[in-house]
Design a binder for this molecule. Structure first.
Ligand SMILES: *[C@@H]1O[C@H](CO)[C@@H](O)[C@H](O)[C@H]1NC(C)=O
Length: 186
């Protein structure tokens, strides 16, 4: 009898330990997210005749490129962080004056290769932080490339992505990262 009781007691303890362990595992797998209140709108500006696109969060930078460099404001790609928060990664901004092209990447190898190639330089003042996977309510940011125009193009709009491919000579390079949809933070 004593043995049976202690066996029952033991199985309860083991069962409880397993349940607690499951809770911990579940806790660890829960997404940890940046604070959406810290995000800013990421504007896309363009000189359409040059197939040139640029991306920034700073309204004074936006107005400068509009007034001085002939850019027009096109859209808000989404919401991004300016400092690194939970689960986000740096999104590097590469710029080429020679090619009149800019692109962003979370891939440090691609960043370094572009700089080593001599045509692009790093704009740390335009660096943002985004999610590398589709977590925390984020949405895909598509990257497209027009090799004839040496033009990188980023969009979070599926219809824009499709029309760039069908109408403007862009090839789909896949998903560059994930941003929060515009209008989530207030
Ligand atoms: C990062 O970029 C390099 C160079 O373009 C490429 O070979 C590599 O596959 C990329 N890595 C990822 C994870 O996309």
């Amino acid at each position: 009898m004593k043995h049976i009781l202690s066996a029952i007691f033991l199985s309860i303890v083991v069962g409880l330990a397993a349940a607690t362990n499951n809770l911990h595992t579940a806790g660890r797998s829960v997404q940890t997210c940046g604070d959406p209140d810290d995000t800013l709108p990421w504007y896309r500006v363009s000189v359409p005749s040059k197939f040139a696109y640029a991306y920034g969060t700073d309204p004074s930078w936006i107005s400068t490129v509009i007034l001085q460099d002939g850019f027009v404001l096109q859209t808000i790609l989404g919401m991004v962080f300016l400092t690194q928060e939970e689960s986000t990664v740096p999104c590097y901004f590469l710029s080429s004056d020679v090619l009149a092209d800019n692109f962003v990447t979370i891939n440090a190898t691609e960043r370094d290769a572009a700089i080593a190639g001599g045509q692009y330089f790093l704009r740390t003042d335009l660096q943002t932080y985004i999610y590398p996977t589709e977590i925390c309510g984020s949405i895909p940011m598509y990257r497209l490339y027009n090799s004839a125009k040496t033009s990188n193009f980023f969009t979070t709009s599926e219809s824009e992505r499709l029309s760039a491919i069908s109408g403007s000579g862009y090839a789909d390079l896949g998903i560059a990262g994930y941003v929060l949809p515009a209008g989530v933070a207030c």
